[in-house]
Design a protein around this ligand. Sequence first.
Ligand SMILES: Cc1ncc(COP(=O)(O)O)c(C=O)c1O
Length: 410
Amino acid sequence: MTDPEASKPPPGRPHRFEPLPEWVGVSTRLVHGARRPEYNAGAVVPPIYQTSTFHWPPERSESSDRARPYLYTRLENPSLEVPTELIRGLEGAESGRLFGSGMGAITATVLSLLRSGDEVVALAGLYGGTTDLLTDLLPRYGVRVREISVADARAPESVVGERTRLAIVESPTNPLLTVHDLARWGQATDRAGAILLVDNTFATPINQNPLALGADLVVHSATKYLGGHSDLVAGVVVGPERLISRIDSKGYFGAAVDPFVGFLLARGLRTLSLRVARQNENARAVAEAIREHSAVTRVHYPGWGGPEEEAIAARQMRGRGGMLSVSLRGGVEAAERFLSRLRLVHIAASLGGVESLASVPRLTSHRHLSAAELAARGIDEGLVRLSLGIEETADLVRDVTEALDALPGS
Ligand SMILES: Cc1ncc(COP(=O)(O)O)c(C=O)c1O
């Protein structure tokens, strides 16, 4: 006779995902990397635990963390563990935490790790929301923020000092796609005893792994490539457990992810490597096709900032990503006319989805900056940013080239 106790699910949470053989590659890991069929009634696709709370019998609340049941979805939910596990594995991190947006992840990380009197060193030219957080909010809490120009960022050892608690870097940057030497930043922050936080949203973990280069923490706007279908908003931070456990450990930032969004994110992640491979190809093809176009003053593409930058990009990136920006001769008017001539590429903020998008950073991601700040960052009035999707390469090259052909001077 079968023992009815034996058919009961194991008590508490199933922390462990089925281990995979060490030899599997990234695409395989994305498909099979978060399996626990004994917990999910054998379901191949992990279900959505659309619940705000969990059964909490009094006799189990004292049990060890391993066997402790889930408590409440603002803090934890099995549907959120699946994408967290996949992203953690992709970045080679020990631990990770999901948030309701990329800004939620960045804000929680920064505010959890800093205290009054600390100094933050940040690249000038970070994502506009991050820049706002650093320059507007942090000084109100007694944190000193030093913005570092692209030129000074080439020698991080001369800008990261004894008082620096945290350094924040993006590479490639938004929107000019400047590449920074992450290994050199890692050495400089290590020497100073500071934490290096890298926003890896633009590169994606398929093209670049900052933790392996010396970063301490990596954040992503999972809204972009990780989700990949422009249908969710989420963010993530990954790194060593000693740091992750300090980030919003009590959940009071409240930037929780809905379980359905967790499911969508896990679903998007399964195809990340295929999508990014195609996006890498499409961006390079478009960048090369328009580089010498007479309506264009400059194409901004990772590694195209000179031989030194090319060498850094070749060293630290496996692919150059799906983003490029183009400076148009003729400023605002040229940018508007170019956008109005695009037939396939949508005009919209954001990036990293399967569909190609075009936006004017001055009006979208960097709209909070003054004209002087935009100019200081090299964001000219005719700058248009393109996020290339997974469409046919030839179709995108044609759409962008024909829109440029309609500009005066071409
Ligand atoms: C590089 C980068 N980091 C962070 C963010 C913020 O992410 P979210 O919009 O998911 O809050 C963005 C958004 O555009 C971004 O481009």
